[in-house]
Design a protein around this ligand. Structure first.
Ligand code: GDD
Ligand code: MN
Length: 390
């Protein structure tokens, strides 16, 4: 579910978020490597977010935190314990929710992300006064060590999808290693499923200044990756939602522009329907010479109503929810309004021609115009449940 983030007052210069699931073999080394890498003059909090790992990661982290805190007063280490495995993005969000640092660093806990890159990221944020620093595998100087070909290909593929469908300029938007000024995400609603926290931030934080610095990703030595096919499917769904989010960007476009662009699409679909209607009846009467022309017309109408419905659902009203019950109901309403529109059109033509003495062609244009405007508004409001003026 989308979670709206409320950002606390800064208490620390830096928070490091470490999501863990079964990282018992890595977590102490991970914390030590951060403690070693951070500049002497930087107090920091480290927030481990564990999803009740069966291998006891949370306890190991808590014990280690207690002993380290005695030795080194710069650090405050906390372990957030959650009831069960809820996914990486959601763990990061829970960590950010607890964080009080002015700058937040997010990284994996399996030693794939080198802690010695953190000071460079902090330096970059301060020097270039940017809001987000992405540690990148895909810019000059960056690399991946130890991944099989298949995994590299997947990562590249996911990156290309983000680039082309969402217009992302960052070279490594799938990076799990990044730093940002905490206040920039205040009030943003994040979708907490899956692995793509950074990507979501890149789409939703408007006007952020972003920099990338290179690092070498090293495949984990201990434990196993949690990236499974579910994470991949979630990614595809997430990109689709972010794509719509970007296009909808409600504040960015004026209502009139959105309204008329939808009306334009609705009319275009209507025109395609006429063509389909005509083509289907034509093909039927040519193929089956004995078919009654009105039967052919009925099939033609059914085809065009169906194709109009599908096109309007996907393209005009951007509704990708194809749950059977809801879709059938919408289809029924759409077909109902179409038939009603046809009746209105016939009635209006009759009235105009017979009682007002309007010419037949003009009456046709007027009646089609009125019926289709009515149709558009009715379907907008009732079939696709949108506000009329939106
Ligand atoms: N709390 C919690 N809950 N932590 C999780 C969960 C979860 O459900 N799933 C994964 N993690 C933690 C892991 O314990 C690890 O510290 C980190 O998140 C990354 O998980 P991995 O399973 O090691 O991911 P990966 O190495 O396959 O994927 C890496 O590359 C991806 C891009 O190619 C990561 O850097 C990803 O963040 C990145 O998107
Ligand atoms: Mn990993």
């Amino acid at each position: 579910m989308p979670q709206e983030l409320v950002v606390k007052q800064d208490k620390m210069p830096l928070s490091v978020i470490l999501p863990t699931y079964n990282e018992s073999q890595n977590i102490t080394k991970m914390i030590d490597s951060i403690a070693e890498a951070l500049p002497r003059n930087t107090p920091a909090e480290i927030i481990v977010v564990d999803d009740n790992s069966p291998d006891g990661t949370a306890d190991i982290a808590a014990n280690h935190a207690a002993s380290l805190a005695k030795q080194d007063k710069r650090f405050r280490i906390r372990v957030v314990r959650r009831a069960g495995k809820q996914g990486l993005s959601s763990a990061i969000l829970a960590g950010v929710h607890e964080a009080t640092g002015e700058i937040v660093v997010v990284m994996d806990s399996d030693l794939s992300h080198p802690a010695h890159t953190i000071p460079k990221m902090l330096e970059e944020i301060k020097q270039s006064k940017c809001d987000i620093v992405v540690a990148s595998r895909y810019i000059k100087g960056g690399a991946i060590s130890g991944w099989p070909f298949k995994r590299k290909l997947m990562s590249k593929g996911a990156t290309k999808i983000a680039k082309y469908s969402l217009g992302i300029k960052v070279k490594d938007p799938m990076s799990g290693f990044f730093a940002f000024r905490r206040h920039i995400i205040h009030g943003i609603k994040f979708d907490s499923i899956g692995y793509k926290m950074l990507l979501e931030m890149l789409v939703k934080v408007k006007g952020a200044r972003i920099k990338e610095i290179p690092y070498t990703f090293t495949n984990r030595c201990a434990g196993a990756s949690k990236l499974d096919s579910e994470v991949v499917f979630d990614y595809i769904r997430a990109v689709w939602r972010l794509y719509r989010y970007g296009r909808a960007a409600p504040s960015e476009r004026r209502t009139s522009v959105r309204f008329f662009s939808k009306a334009g699409r609705f009319y275009t679909v209507g025109a395609s329907g006429l063509l389909i209607n005509y083509l289907v009846s034509f093909i039927l009467t040519t193929l089956f010479q004995e078919i009654w022309y009105l039967h052919a017309a009925i099939v033609g109408i059914t085809f065009s109503i169906t194709s109009n419905f599908i096109l309007n659902k996907i393209w005009t009203f951007e509704d990708m929810d194809f749950v059977a019950r809801k879709t059938l109901l919408q289809y029924g309403m759409f077909a109902g309004f179409s038939s009603f529109g046809a009746l209105v059109q016939l009635g209006m033509m009759y009235a105009l021609v017979e009682y007002q003495g309007v010419g037949k062609e003009i009456a046709l244009v007027l009646a089609v115009g009125a019926a289709s405007i009515g149709n558009f508004l009715l379907n907008k409001k009732w079939t696709f449940k949108e506000k009329v003026w939106s």
